[in-house]
Design a protein around this ligand. Structure first.
Ligand SMILES: *[C@@H]1O[C@H](CO)[C@@H](O)[C@H](O)[C@H]1NC(C)=O
Ligand SMILES: *[C@@H]1O[C@H](CO)[C@@H](O)[C@H](O)[C@H]1NC(C)=O
Ligand SMILES: *[C@@H]1O[C@H](CO)[C@@H](O)[C@H](O)[C@H]1NC(C)=O
Ligand SMILES: *[C@@H]1O[C@H](CO)[C@@H](O)[C@H](O)[C@H]1NC(C)=O
Ligand SMILES: *[C@@H]1O[C@H](CO)[C@@H](O)[C@H](O)[C@H]1NC(C)=O
Ligand SMILES: *[C@@H]1O[C@H](CO)[C@@H](O)[C@H](O)[C@H]1NC(C)=O
Ligand SMILES: *[C@@H]1O[C@H](CO)[C@@H](O)[C@H](O)[C@H]1NC(C)=O
Ligand SMILES: *[C@@H]1O[C@H](CO)[C@@H](O)[C@H](O)[C@H]1NC(C)=O
Ligand SMILES: *[C@@H]1O[C@H](CO)[C@@H](O)[C@H](O)[C@H]1NC(C)=O
Ligand SMILES: *[C@@H]1O[C@H](CO)[C@@H](O)[C@H](O)[C@H]1NC(C)=O
Ligand SMILES: *[C@@H]1O[C@H](CO)[C@@H](O)[C@H](O)[C@H]1NC(C)=O
Ligand SMILES: *[C@@H]1O[C@H](CO)[C@@H](O)[C@H](O)[C@H]1NC(C)=O
Length: 414
């Protein structure tokens, strides 16, 4: 079983042609202890029992959640695991005590972001078998913040912290409180068959419900993700390298994002070797886009900032099928400033170069195909677009490129 998981993992990684990803996942050692979490089944807090299981089975252990609902009323920090299998056959349901979570959510040291659960370690295999569910009870949060961006201490559902050689598979995340997952300071992470759906049923938007964000992480592969949400589908932020996204469907969100980046004045951050291929986007704003802060700092993170340095280099968007996109499928904007207001788009020194976009089909609401608003202080370099065949909703062939400060447009004319 464990050998099989490892063999499957090796297979799926090596079957990615041209991938730089190399997941070093040694055959996991056998598990010598099983910790089955006993649910209370009366609505009281199951967190103590969950933490007890993680504590007892933190090395070479097997943690099992049975097919029942577990109530999570307190923060969890289950990090430093070594060679642990987690099988989730039931539902983890987070409580709606906003006062509690705003006081207690665990900050991870980027912007003001914080999380309800930190999970981390090496050789973790977290399997929901297509059924196990993490339910953040997010509607109360969508209503509470009512569209306000980056509300302080509003918790993310799960932060994968300081982890390596780990697999997340068959999990369902519904109604996440804020971002669903953050992969933070982690390496060699494989995520497959994960379903995420954060959808508001009130007039308040599901804002900041990013699917997954990667920060200070290397070698992360997302395969067969389904993400329905109200913000970035997947976002690669500060120092994300060798990120691969394959065979995934994104609905209603903003598409695959690089950034925002460049928020920290004078700080050097990079994005390198980001590839998304074989992707379906339905009703998203973009298919793929890059966003940086302006060159001058206005205010401070999370909602202010700017003046960051660095580059985004070697990005590939390949084989996207899009339908009814709400905005230009591809976009670069270097204008982000305080509270998302458009600032001086020409001041960012963050360099964007070597983008390949190829084999793009489907329908968009309206022209243009791309808006590349690059900064005069560091013009974008070398963007190639091949085999783009898009129709507007009216059936006319989509045309049009809107560019500024782009040097080296290959396959299209600005
Ligand atoms: C709920 O169940 C747990 C475990 O059986 C028990 O310890 C606790 O007292 C029960 N709480 C209530 C309010 O019934
Ligand atoms: C879990 O339990 C529910 C009923 O509570 C049942 O409908 C479902 O099939 C069970 N799932 C699994 C995977 O056993
Ligand atoms: C909500 O959390 C606060 C702060 O932890 C606590 O004082 C309060 O009793 C909780 N309310 C409920 C209904 O549990
Ligand atoms: C979580 O636990 C780890 C130790 O495993 C510790 O380094 C980290 O600071 C803790 N995080 C928080 C927010 O308490
Ligand atoms: C997402 O969840 C909403 C309910 O929150 C549901 O109505 C919708 O069908 C789900 N979408 C998909 C594509 O699963
Ligand atoms: C994605 O799907 C395609 C077509 O089914 C398949 O050829 C490819 O191997 C898959 N990629 C991964 C990484 O599984
Ligand atoms: C981010 O990457 C840059 C370039 O490799 C490096 O100089 C910087 O130290 C990294 N920052 C962090 C926090 O790892
Ligand atoms: C660009 O990244 C892809 C993987 O995303 C990799 O296969 C390719 O070798 C990289 N190209 C360069 C020039 O680094
Ligand atoms: C990007 O991919 C190329 C080609 O595989 C590799 O040489 C380079 O080290 C990668 N860059 C980073 C930052 O990992
Ligand atoms: C392109 O992606 C679609 C899924 O959106 C997949 O079915 C198809 O096999 C891919 N094409 C190639 C050539 O890999
Ligand atoms: C332009 O970018 C492509 C990848 O998108 C890369 O293969 C090519 O070498 C780059 N050209 C130059 C002149 O750097
Ligand atoms: C589509 O047609 C409608 C009605 O003629 C028009 O108002 C709209 O601007 C057209 N949209 C595009 C993208 O051409």
């Amino acid at each position: 079983m464990h050998f099989l998981a490892s063999a499957l993992l090796a297979l799926s990684i090596s079957s990615v042609p041209g991938s730089t990803l190399e997941l070093r996942h040694p055959n996991p050692a056998p598990k010598n202890k099983v910790c089955t979490v006993k649910p209370n089944l009366n609505g009281s807090d199951d967190t103590p029992a969950i933490l007890q299981a993680f504590d007892s089975c933190s090395k070479n252990g097997h943690i099992v959640f049975i097919n029942e609902t577990y109530h999570v009323d307190t923060v969890m920090n289950t990090t430093g695991l070594e060679n642990v299998d987690i099988d989730l056959y039931g539902t983890l349901l987070w409580s709606t005590n906003i006062t509690y979570w705003l006081n207690a959510s665990l900050p991870f040291g980027y912007q003001n972001q914080s999380s309800a659960w930190w999970l981390g370690g090496s050789n973790i295999r977290f399997d929901g078998h297509g059924y196990g569910t993490l339910n953040g009870n997010g509607q109360v949060w969508y209503n509470f913040v009512n569209g306000e961006s980056n509300y302080p201490h509003r918790p993310h559902a799960l932060t994968i912290w300081n982890s390596r050689d780990s697999i997340f598979t068959g999990l369902r995340f519904v109604q996440s409180q804020m971002w669903t997952m953050t992969v933070f300071k982690s390496e060699n992470i494989f995520m497959q068959d994960v379903y995420i759906n954060s959808t508001s049923d009130s007039g308040s938007p599901a804002r900041n419900t990013d699917g997954v964000d990667t920060i200070y992480s290397n070698n992360v592969h997302f395969d067969r993700m389904t993400i329905i949400n109200g913000d970035d589908s997947i976002s690669t932020k500060a120092n994300s390298t060798n990120i691969l996204i394959t065979n995934s469907t994104f609905i209603n969100g903003l598409g695959v994002a690089l950034g925002s980046i460049g928020q920290y004045d004078g700080v050097y951050e990079i994005l390198e070797n980001i590839t998304a291929r074989d992707i379906i986007c339905e009703n998203t704003l973009h298919a793929g886009y890059v966003k940086t802060w302006t060159g001058e700092r206005v205010g401070y993170p999370p909602n202010g900032g700017g003046g960051g340095l660095g580059y985004a280099k070697n990005t590939t968007f390949q084989n996207f099928t899009v339908s009814a996109l709400r905005g230009p499928p591809f976009s670069i904007s270097q204008c982000t400033t305080f509270s998302g207001v458009a600032g001086d788009c020409n001041s960012s020194e963050f360099l964007i170069e070597d983008i390949l976009i190829e084999d793009i089909k489907g329908t968009i609401d309206a022209d243009p195909i791309a808006t590349y608003q690059c900064s005069a202080a560091a013009p974008c370099r070398n963007i190639t677009m091949l085999d783009v065949e898009l129709l507007t909703v009216n059936g006319t062939v989509a045309t049009g490129w809107s560019c500024s400060n782009l040097v080296g447009a290959v396959g299209f004319t600005c």
